[in-house]
Design a protein around this ligand. Structure first.
Ligand code: AMP
Length: 211
């Protein structure tokens, strides 16, 4: 199964992706996590994308397509994968289609004002990438990741200013993907304001039980 997740920042893509990965035993590919890793390692690529990411813009199609192309060739992707944060432009979607057949595009739809509230209250584990929310989804112990025990941090682009820019980028560049996948007949839309469990149940109901 090859899935892509579409949604505004903080819509819950990462949270749902992790659940689906576990349920269907798929490879998890988050282009955002991959880029953040490059930034934190201080690589040439990391230096190139650091400021773009911090400001809420998109890195170039060419660069991100090359990264994904290599990643999906790896062994763990043979039984399928979930792409979280890719494609983000129509060009990326077209290139992906040249590489593989996408089975379903899941669109987590949620309003901007709620996304901004969520985003600024979000805490993320820098080690395993799990997201929490100080208000709606707090960790069991304040500031500590339930999954791996690491101290939680706030992403540099989870500020009000960068968040607004990321939402604008989403509407301009990524929202057209909803229609793109709708036309292909593989879009499944879920209401991002529903609870985490309810959303994952509805996605699994759509995709079918474990193969
Ligand atoms: P995310 O963790 O998915 O919110 O991604 C964080 C940031 O990484 C984005 O705001 C972009 O700057 C960059 N990024 C991640 N995925 C892509 C992509 N598919 N195309 C362009 N930029 C991306």
């Amino acid at each position: 199964m090859r899935l892509v997740l579409i949604g505004a920042p903080a819509a819950g893509k990462g949270t749902q992706a992790r659940k689906l990965v576990e349920y269907y035993k798929l490879a998890y590919i988050s282009t955002g996590d991959m880029l953040r890793e490059e930034v934190s390692r201080g690589t040439e690529l990391g230096k190139e994308v650091k400021n773009i990411m911090a400001s809420g813009g998109l890195v170039s199609d060419e660069l991100i397509i090359a990264i994904v192309k290599e990643r999906i060739k790896q062994d763990d992707c043979k039984n399928g994968f979930i792409l979280d944060g890719f494609p983000r432009t129509t060009t990326q979607a077209e290139k992906l289609e040249e590489m593989v057949k996408v089975d379903k595009a899941i669109y987590i739809n949620a309003p901007d004002n709620v996304m901004l509230e969520r985003l600024t209250a979000r805490e993320t584990c820098p080690k395993c990438g799990t997201s929490y929310n100080k208000i709606s989804l707090p960790p069991k112990i304040e500031g500590i990741c339930d999954a791996c025990g690491e101290g939680l941090t706030q992403r540099k682009d989870d500020t009000l200013e960068a968040g607004k820019a990321r939402l604008a980028t989403f509407h301009e560049q990524s929202e057209p993907l909803v229609e793109y996948y709708q036309k292909k007949g593989i879009l499944f839309e879920v209401d991002g304001l529903k609870g985490v469990e309810e959303i994952s149940k509805s996605i699994i109901a759509e995709l079918g039980e474990q193969a």
